[in-house]
Design a binder for this molecule. Structure first.
Ligand SMILES: Cc1cc2nc3c(=O)[nH]c(=O)nc-3n(C[C@H](O)[C@H](O)[C@H](O)COP(=O)(O)O)c2cc1C
Length: 344
């Protein structure tokens, strides 16, 4: 209530990226308030805990990639009760992303459009931030790292960027998500094509095996994040390749480049997230679940993201087959209350 009545109206006066930066500055500095947040927001008990490949999640709800790109507020999201956060997208080298403005609110649609373009301070700096935060995290909270390629890296050698990120962040990450579905890095989505993807997933799996052997630890879970704008045939092909290369799972979905059923008129390019995305993402999850039901070789864990604002939206994702559910846009509109609302 406080967020919706007082905090959100003030922050919605600022342009969205500035509002984000101010909030993140505050929450990353005022660590002494975290115990209070833990008391107010965090559910008293664990809900539907799950363990995936040795990593424990105290509930099924997490923060999607893109909200904490720099890994500066991990402890905050642990304190307010989420079970995980996906940091990134992280690229090997720092890069500024696209020109501003690049983030837009569609309030009537409860949506956002972004064309951030993987702005981040690079794998080394983000690795340090995660390692620092991890010393303070409570049990059942996991840190995923979403990895991508630098803008300047050609598609033909994109795999090397993913390998570099795996190598640099292997100790820090509890799991990885391979992002090949952002609409804001030119050509990136072409990596979802059969030839590129087969090679990319093969190299990533090999790198995962060799890093685990070198460090004498269990292999890390690897998820593949896909776009909502794929055809059922493309999704099936991607599922088969992910299963063939024994990935841990699929994250469905990233933002859409479609502009269907919007109330507000917009000419802005970029990925659309929030309420208008929910139906599309749910349908893809359903298809992935069906593919899982027919798969006796290597089933995929599923992460559902896209348009979760309420308990019903959250339950829908689980019913459609999600093992974990992530929020971004819903969190911007609802604030921390979203956690209590979902778990009440
Ligand atoms: C501003 C913004 C930045 C994002 N950045 C990333 C990113 O860097 N990597 C990624 O995989 N997804 C990114 N996403 C997509 C989200 O992780 C999520 O998959 C998508 O927004 C759908 O969930 P939602 O409807 O709850 O927002 C971003 C989304 C937004 C709104």
């Amino acid at each position: 209530m406080i967020y919706k009545l007082f905090i959100r109206p003030v922050f919605f006066l600022f342009n969205p990226e500035l509002a984000h930066d101010i909030i993140f500055f505050i929450i990353s500095k005022f660590t002494f308030i975290y115990p209070l947040f833990r008391l107010i927001f965090s559910p008293k008990e664990n809900w539907e805990e799950i363990e995936i490949n040795g990593v424990k999640f105290r509930n099924r709800l997490g923060i999607a990639a893109g909200l904490d790109k720099e890994a500066v507020a991990i402890r905050f999201f642990d304190a307010v009760g989420f079970s995980h956060i996906e940091i990134g997208t992280v690229t090997p080298l720092p890069q500024p992303g696209n020109d501003k403005p690049r983030l837009f609110r569609l309030k009537k649609d409860k949506a956002l459009i972004n064309r951030m373009g993987f702005n981040n301070s690079g794998a080394d700096a983000i690795n340090q931030n995660i390692l620092k935060a991890k010393k303070h995290l409570k049990k059942g909270f996991a840190v995923g790292v979403n990895i991508g390629k630098n803008k300047a890296t050609p598609l033909e050698t994109a795999y090397s960027d993913y390998e570099i990120c795996l190598g640099k962040l292997y100790d820090a990450a509890d799991y990885f998500t391979v992002n090949i579905s952002s609409p804001n890095t030119e050509g990136l989505r072409e990596l979802q094509g059969e030839n590129y993807l087969d090679e990319l997933l093969g190299k990533i799996s090999e790198k995962n095996k060799s890093l685990a052997a070198e460090k004498n630890i269990r292999q890390k879970s690897i998820f593949l994040k896909i776009a909502p704008d794929l055809t059922p045939e493309e999704i099936e092909m991607i599922y088969i390749l992910a299963s063939k290369h024994e990935l841990t799972g699929i994250a469905a979905t990233n933002t859409t480049i479609t502009r269907n059923n919007l109330i507000e008129n917009t000419e802005e390019s970029g990925g659309l997230s929030g309420k208008p995305l929910k139906g599309m993402s749910d349908n893809i999850l359903k298809q992935l679940k069906e593919l899982n039901d027919g798969n006796t070789f290597h089933k995929m864990y599923l992460i559902g993201s896209g348009g979760v604002f309420t308990k019903t939206d959250y339950r829908d994702k689980l019913i459609c087959g999600a093992d974990l559910v992530q929020v971004y846009t819903g969190y911007i509109y609802e604030g921390n209350r979203i956690i209590k609302n979902i778990f009440k």
